[in-house]
Design a protein around this ligand. Structure first.
Ligand SMILES: *Cc1c(COP(=O)(O)O)cnc(C)c1O
Length: 402
């Protein structure tokens, strides 16, 4: 007698916005005995990651690697650029903007949040007003989340640089690309970004555990002007190590380095611009299905304007209790796990059950996205959640056209 529903046995699919699906090549590269961390192949392997990470970030600047998750990268970026009492401006379009602001607050930084809600991108006029009001330049940095994973809002980082220059404000432009790197187009140098933070477990397709802070010479000058920098978070020895252990301030994340090497090889073999185009195509298929279903019933894309939608993650509204019911149904019956709605309603509030998210970052292709959408349609049908027909046809049509 099967212990699980009939259609459950088989390969599970974790379609949450991080950690993302890990390629077999990454898993196989990590499946090995512990390597020597003092000499041998690992030393050259670590050095080889640096230029390939910079290629993904589109920068000729510097990169520091850390053992840590995205929150660690937030703290590292702040610890190298700001002192307690310095002010920062945080234009927030979801929970992750607030999260980075909270991290700054905890370091004694004077944090000013411009809250643009949960469905809209930055309002450039309001940011301009805040920068102009800061005539004596107390604001030392703008903390900007490119793609807020909780809302799937994608913000226009290049326009924010243009705005800073137009206002003549010298604040550092610091950008969180934890969700977007390797998925949504991002150009660190061309867009004038001073500091960029990323993690390894989203577009970079490696298990959680490493993060990266990219920085340019302007940010390096801000670090040099600080009275002191945390020994652990200091990006200087990590970016310019005289000895191997200085990359990590201790033991290297040995197996992650092999996994990341494999992942970067995959990204550069495909070509970064092709990776972006693949994410865009698959996202358009998801939007086509969801927009079609939304023709009847409660389902709704959180972000209405496609120009402000991420191609790495999609946040959906479906009304309580359908969000949780749908997630539970597809997980239990199909082995397909969808993301929870994050920060859309307070935990404990029944409204919390009215949201879900789809992760489509990294190692995903057309048949996986069609499977993801097919699973959702099966769940909508099984649960009698009203929806217009034709969602899968719409998605297949997008993919067929390429
Ligand atoms: C995932 C994510 C984070 C947090 O990363 P953790 O690894 O969970 O600490 C921060 N910002 C964005 C935009 C993210 O997507």
């Amino acid at each position: 007698m099967p212990s699980l529903p009939l259609a459950r046995h088989g390969r599970e699919y974790l379609a949450i916005p991080g950690p993302s699906v890990m390629p077999d090549a990454v898993l196989q590269a990590m499946h090995r005995a512990a390597p020597n961390i003092y000499a041998g192949a690992l030393i050259d392997l670590a050095a080889s990651l640096v230029p390939d990470l910079k290629r993904v970030a589109r920068t000729d600047g510097h990169v520091a690697m850390y053992i840590g998750n995205g929150h660690a990268a937030w703290e590292a970026a702040l610890a190298n650029t700001l002192a307690p009492g310095d002010a920062v401006l945080v234009p927030a379009t979801g929970r992750f903007g607030h999260g980075w602001a909270d991290m700054a607050d905890g370091l004694g930084i004077d944090t000013h949040i411009l809250d643009f809600g949960k469905r809209a991108p930055w309002d450039m006029d309001q940011i301009a007003d805040a920068l102009r009001a800061d005539a004596d330049h107390r604001i030392k940095a703008v903390l900007a989340v490119h793609v807020d994973t909780s809302t799937s809002v994608r913000n226009d980082v290049a326009a924010l640089r243009t705005l800073l220059d137009a206002v003549g404000h010298p604040a550092l432009l610091m950008v969180d690309c934890i969700a977007s790197l390797g998925c949504d187009p991002f150009e660190m140098d061309a867009w004038g970004v001073d500091v960029m933070v990323a993690g390894c477990q989203k577009g970079l397709m490696v298990p959680p555990g490493m993060c990266f802070v990219f920085f340019n010479d302007k940010a390096q000058a801000a670090r040099a002007a600080l009275p002191r920098v945390s020994r652990y978070w200091d990006w200087e020895p990590r970016a310019n190590p005289e000895e191997f252990f200085m990359y990590w301030n201790g033991t290297a994340p040995t197996h992650h380095l092999y996994g990341l090497r494999a992942a970067l090889d995959m990204i550069h073999a495909e070509g970064l611009e092709n990776v972006w185009a693949r994410h865009a195509l698959l996202a358009r298929a998801i939007w086509a299905a969801c927009d079609t279903w939304a023709g009847q019933g409660p389902l709704e894309l959180n972000v209405s304007d496609t120009a402000h939608r991420s191609t790495a993650v999609t946040a959906l509204r479906i009304g309580a209790p359908h969000g949780t019911a749908l997630r539970d149904w597809v997980e239990h019956n199909l082995g397909l796990t969808l993301g929870i709605g994050l920060g859309m309603a307070p935990p404990g509030d029944p409204a919390w059950h009215g949201f879900f998210r789809l992760g489509h970052m990294g190692h995903v292709n057309g048949h996986m996205i069609m499977g993801l959408l097919g699973g959702i349609q099966a769940g909508l049908t099984a649960l009698d959640i009203p929806h217009a027909p034709g969602g899968l046809d719409a998605a297949a049509g997008v993919i067929a056209k390429g």
